[in-house]
Design a protein around this ligand. Structure first.
Ligand SMILES: Nc1ncnc2c1ncn2[C@@H]1O[C@H](COP(=O)(O)OP(=O)(O)OP(=O)(O)O)[C@@H](O)[C@H]1O
Ligand SMILES: [Mg+2]
Length: 237
């Protein structure tokens, strides 16, 4: 589903004298359809940078990314836009991916209104939103609230509902529970696992927590200072 060859990212710093800092150096891996690859490593080792490059949210300095047989490394923005719905990212902080001025129900309905899941009538959209609200374990009353009126865990459920509305094949989950209360972390992880298997998703699951990564992944890639130092089955670790 995803193949990555020799991916690199150097960030420029300094305005007068340009300096380059290498955040990711020569990372290669692949993820099979339906598989979860865990990406684990210390803070600052380059995990988020890898995740964002996979979806071309930031541009790689070098290397190649192949998505479902298609080399997307140098796709133009317009072509990338067409592909975007097939690849989605879950961020640590759910509020950052929700529009604060949109009611929860509107946020979940938006992908349908934009026609991402095919054309739908208003009543069809309403039914789909209700169904998604149930699937992610939200309450129907939440639909009329704003993100600031929900807890972090509830907002992460909204993010998941929205992503399901977009119906992607590949997901990058970047520390999706790190900002949540410990008591709800396990629930959200469980939900991600369930949705993953129910909808046959392929996933890159990023965390600095080896326990969590082992629990969530089929294979684990260990990163250190911008490199993958080991890829192993989660059963062997
Ligand atoms: N936009 C940027 N400009 C300059 N440097 C950056 C930028 N984004 C990341 N970096 C640097 O690249 C390195 C890798 O950062 P990255 O966010 O990928 O790490 P991470 O493994 O996700 O860390 P964490 O576990 O803390 O989220 C860090 O040294 C960081 O400071
Ligand atoms: Mg990160």
């Amino acid at each position: 589903m995803i193949e990555v060859y020799d991916l690199q990212k150097h960030f420029a710093s300094g305005f007068i004298k340009k300096k380059y800092k290498s955040a990711v150096q020569s990372v290669s891996f692949s993820i099979e359809k339906g598989e979860t690859l865990g990406l684990v490593g210390e803070s600052g080792c380059g995990k988020t940078t890898v995740g964002r490059m996979l979806l071309r949210l930031i541009e790689p300095t070098a290397g190649r990314i192949v998505f479902d047989g298609l080399d997307i490394t140098s796709l133009k923005h317009a072509e990338m836009r067409k592909l975007r719905p097939r690849m989605q990212m879950i961020f640590q902080d759910p509020e950052s991916s929700l529009n604060p001025r949109m009611k929860i129900g509107e946020s979940i309905a938006e992908p349908f209104r934009l026609g991402l899941g095919g054309r739908c009538s208003r009543s069809e959209i309403r039914n789909q939103v209700q169904e998604l609200v149930d699937i992610v374990g939200l309450n129907r009353e939440h639909v009329n609230r704003y993100p600031y009126q929900l807890s972090g865990g509830q907002n992460q459920r909204v993010v998941l509902a929205r992503i399901l509305a977009i119906n992607p094949e590949f997901i990058v989950a970047d520390e999706p529970t790190a900002a949540l209360d410990v008591s709800v972390q396990a629930q959200i992880l469980r939900l991600i696992m369930d949705l993953k298997s129910e909808f046959g998703l392929t996933m890159l699951f990023i965390s600095h927590d080896m326990e969590v990564v082992r629990h969530m992944s089929d294979r684990i890639a260990v990163m250190d200072k911008g490199r993958i130092v080991e890829i192993k089955s989660s059963k062997d670790s």
